[in-house]
Design a protein around this ligand. Structure first.
Ligand SMILES: Nc1ncnc2c1ncn2[C@@H]1O[C@H](COP(=O)(O)OS(=O)(=O)O)[C@@H](OP(=O)(O)O)[C@H]1O
Length: 343
């Protein structure tokens, strides 16, 4: 047998082993506990390493964990669904790219596209390919990413203290978040109208949410993972609250800019750059921008679905006193060993 034949055989054996490994991996994923979640378009959620992951993202989380290579300059925006993702994306993008796209010159990409089409979603990139190419990201320095995956699911290269990349997490009161999610469900489902529709009854959805059976849930564990990480590594993980941003946007935008490594100079402050960014990213402005009033984003969700009311306290208009009491008890129980409090 010639040397080239042996090499070919080795290669073939390696490929077979690799394929076999992949097959075993897929089998393992299929064996995970599964449930129909409150969002899903008839699709299952799988309990992967403690979190309910929609079926369409299951292989993506594994590839992301295995193949992502973090750079020290990477900035990762993280959030659960409906906690202020779109707002955080717009703010972080504007802060980091403010010399490239000056807000006052009206050339910000946010005027032409939904923030979800501007900031790269890690999980969706890993859906497209096991090892996506991030070279075509525009702008690609620093790389600004978003993920809904829980802290526990992030690859070690992001979390490691030897990597300088940074994470910003935004959380929101679970009752307001639930109300927002509940309104979002039909819009999310509308992109797949042929699928059978699971219940959209407020009480049933609330029950599922409290049991943690929703995309990327349980929400409380999602929050705790990032909260604890922010306490352990405050230089690496910044923890923000939707309600704080609403209350004192200037203070928190400055904090965000400093954390991201793009602090505002005194001169910029005097020129009103901070206020320009806040205004551009405000709910009222963004909701009415052309790209956000029509069309759908890359995953088929109407762009307008990301802008509903943008207020704190909508829970009082939708939840019954007994639902509120139930959630308050649950929160007390879940966070009793933590200093964390929702607003
Ligand atoms: N710029 C701005 N300022 C303040 N609030 C905003 C903004 N953009 C979106 N929103 C409100 O945030 C809610 C959507 O949350 P997410 O962006 O996390 O949704 S998603 O997970 O990306 O689908 C949703 O909240 P509700 O209005 O309570 O449903 C949006 O209206």
């Amino acid at each position: 047998m010639e040397q080239s034949d042996i090499t070919e055989l080795d290669h073939h054996e390696e490929l077979t082993r690799e394929n076999h490994g992949e097959f075993e991996e897929e089998e393992k994923l299929r064996d995970l506990p599964k449930m129909k979640g409150l969002m899903s378009t008839g699709e299952n959620l799988f309990l992967y390493e403690g979190f309910w992951i929609p079926e369409f993202l299951l292989k993506s989380v594994v590839s992301f964990q295995k193949h992502f290579v973090a750079r020290d300059t990477d900035l990762i925006l993280a959030s659960s669904l409906k906690s202020g993702t779109t707002w955080l994306m717009a703010l972080a993008f504007s802060i980091v790219n403010r010399t490239r796209f000056k807000t006052h010159t009206n050339n910000s990409p946010l005027l032409a596209a939904n923030p979800h089409d501007i900031v790269t979603h890690l999980e969706l990139k890993y859906m497209e390919s096991e090892s996506p190419n991030f070279e075509d990201m525009i702008p690609n320095f620093p790389r600004l990413f978003h993920t809904h995956f829980a802290y526990e699911l992030l690859p070690p290269c992001i979390k490691s203290s030897s990597s300088a990349c940074k994470i910003v997490y935004i959380c929101r009161n679970p009752m307001d978040l639930f109300v927002s999610l509940w309104h979002f469900v039909p819009k999310f489902r509308s992109k797949n109208t042929t699928a059978p529709s699971p219940p959209h009854n407020l009480g049933e959805c609330f029950d599922m949410f409290c049991r943690g059976i929703h995309d990327h849930g349980p929400y409380f564990d999602h929050v705790l993972g990032f909260w604890n990480a922010s306490l352990e590594s405050p230089h690496k993980v910044l923890f923000l609250r939707y309600e704080d941003l609403k209350e004192d946007c200037v203070f928190h935008v400055k904090r965000l800019a400093e954390f991201l490594g793009f602090p505002f100079s005194e001169e910029e402050e005097k020129r009103g750059v901070i206020m320009e960014i806040i205004e551009l990213c405000s709910f009222g402005k963004m909701k009415n921008l052309n790209p956000n009033t029509c069309g759908t984003n890359f995953s088929g969700i109407p762009n307008s679905a990301f802008f509903r009311k943008g207020e704190v306290g909508d829970r009082n208009n939708h939840l019954t006193p007994s639902m509120i009491e139930c959630m308050e008890k649950l929160v007390q129980e879940k966070f009793k060993e933590s200093l964390f409090r929702f607003k």
